[in-house]
Design a protein. Structure first.
Length: 349
């Protein structure tokens, strides 16, 4: 009887010990899989950037470099169990309190957070490419190569000169690792969306293409970058000149032709530069926009103010507004006032 009792005690003791050990092992596994394992110093969010071509070691190195994991070994253990080998590049949002399971599932599935890309006040393709490359993964040269690819652009109805009109200044969302081609196609889609039936109808009524509207809008914007309420009036002035077959005589087109955007005062000698962008020398619109016109400038052209003005000159108070004239005599009076104001401020160039 004593032997039987001892056996039963031993059995229950062994069983209890096994149960405890099993529970400890299960708890250890549970911790490795489901317990919080991320810590974001001084913040609630951290963005992990995994570049194209990165491998598993690069991911671990990045997580270690920024001290994101409380327990690196447990992350490595689970990533091996879940066969996390295919690395998906991108920008991933890591928050405090994520488990290894959540983090690995996010990285493995490529569930990255898009970035917000805003661009405006852009004059050239080079400036645009430089701006974009500061937000997305690709470098500016790879985008410039695409924007200078005649065969590629031709399939979209643009040339290396006119393609700048495709980019409508605004805020857009992209995945960080988008390629130049993906970026371009998304912007083309936005361009087609912007040029809806209503805008196309207005352009057609003016006998202008979207590219021509953008080109005129770029001049309007260069002439009036501070006050949207005057843009339609400026647009109307240039429409009047185009209808009369007059030279547009826009100083910003000369500055663009020279390529020195620090110029604040256009001199008579500057107006002699031989360039198709020099509207003091060549009639009609320049070959392409001289900047990326904002939506307000494009809509100002499409909804231009109807009046009889054909001359304008910046006001001498430097308010950013203009004096408008229907004849050269009045215009010369305004021009002399402005030149005198420039001289007083010693703005010679």
């Amino acid at each position: 009887m004593k032997k039987k009792t001892s056996f039963i005690k031993l059995f229950f003791y062994s069983f209890s010990t096994f149960t405890v050990i099993a529970a400890l092992i299960a708890f250890s596994y549970y911790n490795k899989i489901y317990i919080d394992n991320t810590q974001i110093p001084n913040s609630e969010k951290f963005y992990l950037y995994i570049p194209t071509g990165a491998d598993y070691t690069n991911v671990i190195d990045s997580l270690s470099k920024y001290n994101i994991l409380k327990n690196k070994e447990s992350f490595i253990w689970l990533s091996e169990k879940k066969n996390y080998k295919k690395i998906r590049p991108g920008r991933y949002e890591i928050t405090n309190g994520m488990s290894n399971n959540q983090l690995i599932n996010m990285l493995r599935a490529g569930l990255q957070k898009p970035v917000k890309l805003t661009f405006n006040n852009i004059r050239t393709k080079e400036e645009l490419a430089g701006k974009i490359s500061k937000t997305l993964e690709f470098d500016s040269l790879s985008l410039l190569r695409l924007l200078n690819n005649k065969e590629f652009l031709n399939s979209y109805g643009f040339t290396p000169e006119t393609v700048i009109s495709m980019f409508i200044p605004n805020t857009y969302e992209f995945y960080w690792n988008s390629s130049p081609e993906v970026f371009f196609k998304k912007m083309y889609k936005e361009y087609k969306k912007f040029w809806n039936k209503e805008r196309l109808a207005k352009a057609k009524k003016m006998n202008m293409s979207p590219i021509e509207v953008a080109t005129l809008a770029s001049i309007v914007q260069a002439e009036q970058s501070r006050h949207n309420d005057e843009k339609a009036k400026v647009a109307g002035l240039y429409i009047n000149r185009l209808k009369k077959g007059m030279l547009l005589q826009s100083d910003p087109t000369v500055v663009y032709a020279i390529g020195d955007f620090s110029i604040r005062r256009v001199l008579n000698k500057d107006k002699e530069i031989d360039s198709p962008y020099n509207t003091y020398k060549y009639k009609g619109l320049p070959p392409a926009p001289i900047n990326l016109p904002e939506i307000s400038s494009i809509d100002a052209v499409l909804n231009y103010e109807k009046h009889k003005y054909i001359y304008m000159c910046a006001k001498e108070d430097f308010s950013g507004y203009h004096n408008f004239s229907t004849n050269i005599s009045q215009h010369n009076i305004y021009a002399k006032r402005y030149q005198r104001a420039l001289n007083q401020k010693k703005i010679w160039r």
